[in-house]
Design a binder for this molecule. Structure first.
Ligand SMILES: *[C@@H]1O[C@H](CO)[C@@H](O)[C@H](O)[C@H]1NC(C)=O
Ligand SMILES: *[C@@H]1O[C@H](CO)[C@@H](O)[C@H](O)[C@H]1NC(C)=O
Length: 214
């Protein structure tokens, strides 16, 4: 494990420039010209561990008892920002979902659009007070991918599978929220790709055989 973290550190130094880049580099990100790129640290049959560099997003927060309602108004607000400033859509769109204890409890949902490479350094300030630029720090995430549509029910069940896989592996992660991550527009019907992310705490954990593969 100690050897692995040393090696991972070395990898990160080598590839630190990977951030927002050409979508041709990511096979499941095919609808936009630019996508968020990452370094794959390790993977098991159940999940991947990825490293993301610090990137700027445009974000908005919405409180609602329903993730699906919150998503609609948040999406509209962010779309008005990019559309009004002639900014191209990128992928993925991420939704930070705080864990609710009951169905009717109000959840807090933060949606973010990734700013294209040309807008990363000096983002255009939003005029809508509910919209802001968010600098997301460098992070490692546990990732589970799935097809079909990202809705509250599918996101919830996939997050549950990922967290139970992580618990079995003895992984430490922030349990207070997860990210629902979408790569497709609603017009795309086939080959849809979605993900759930939990933020890694401590050293990332993968199965021992996969670590040997590095
Ligand atoms: C992305 O890469 C493809 C193929 O390598 C190239 O044709 C395209 O112009 C690139 N797009 C951008 C925005 O650099
Ligand atoms: C985010 O903020 C940190 C600390 O101020 C800075 O080092 C980093 O470059 C910023 N990231 C981006 C993408 O601007």
């Amino acid at each position: 494990m100690i050897y692995l973290s040393g090696f991972v550190g070395f990898l990160l130094v080598l590839t630190a420039e990977a951030r927002v880049g050409n979508s041709s580099e990511l096979n499941f990100c095919s609808e936009t010209e630019e996508c968020l790129l990452f370094d794959l640290i390790c993977q098991t049959d159940d999940y991947e561990v990825r490293h993301y560099d610090s990137v700027n997003w445009v974000s908005t927060q919405e409180s609602s008892w329903s993730m699906d309602y919150a998503s609609i108004s948040a999406f509209r607000r962010l779309f008005a920002y990019i559309n009004g400033n002639n900014i191209e859509m990128t992928a993925p769109v991420i939704l930070k979902i705080s864990d609710k204890t009951s169905f009717w409890q109000t959840g807090i949902y933060t949606m973010s659009f990734l700013l294209p490479a040309a807008h990363q350094k000096n983002p255009i300030p939003p005029t809508d007070k509910k919209v802001y630029i968010k600098n997301m720090t460098d992070m490692q995430v546990y990732v589970r991918s799935y097809g079909g549509w990202m809705m509250s029910w599918s996101d919830k069940s996939q997050a549950k599978i990922l967290s139970s896989d992580l618990d079995s592996a003895g992984a430490e992660y922030d349990r207070s929220f997860h990210y629902g991550v979408g790569y497709n527009s609603p017009i795309m019907v086939f080959d849809r790709h979605n993900e759930v992310w939990y933020v890694v705490q401590d050293d990332p954990v993968c199965g021992s055989s996969e670590e040997m593969g590095l």
